[in-house]
Design a protein around this ligand. Structure first.
Ligand code: HEC
Length: 122
């Protein structure tokens, strides 16, 4: 009759199961990072952003980022552009004071394209 020796099983468990768990966590982290990368952070296109800006934003922010409305940041002087892309994305997506929210109208990628365009204004 075969008897399992627990001294054999237990070290085997700790050698095999633990690394598998760690490996799974690593793979999961990799997948999440990849999703984030492909969903959000692929290279923004300032050319496309400029076209969208001319349609949706230039009324208030001016063709060249020089504001025509009081209280509107002047992008040609890089006002507010010290904020990170993701913070500007949130302001544009959700709106800020009198500026309307663009959620549902523009995708996050389109907004990031506009942000890239804003950073080219001088
Ligand atoms: C109705 C006029 C209006 C329109 C249209 C408008 N904005 Fe604004 N925007 C403002 C005003 C006013 C502020 C300043 C809000 C404040 O900080 O109180 C502002 C602020 C901003 C800021 C700074 C946000 C921050 O976090 O400080 C960014 C970036 C911006 N607008 C981008 C855009 C983009 C891109 C569009 C087009 C998709 C757009 N705006 C359309 C009026 C407008």
């Amino acid at each position: 009759m075969v008897r399992f020796d627990s001294n054999f099983i237990i070290p085997f468990k700790s050698l095999f199961i633990q690394p598998v768990k760690r490996h799974a966590a690593f793979v999961l982290g990799g997948i999440l990072a990849l999703m984030g990368w492909s969903g959000m952070v692929h290279a923004a296109d300032p050319g496309n952003g400029g076209k969208i800006y001319a349609t949706h934003c230039s009324n208030c922010h001016g063709e060249d980022g020089t504001s025509t409305m009081p209280g509107t940041p002047d992008f040609s002087r890089r006002e507010r552009l010290f904020k990170p892309d993701m913070a500007l994305l949130v302001s544009i997506r959700d709106g800020i004071s009198v500026m309307p929210a663009y959620k549902g109208l523009l995708t996050d990628q389109e907004i990031l394209d506009i942000v890239a365009y804003l950073r080219t204004l001088r």
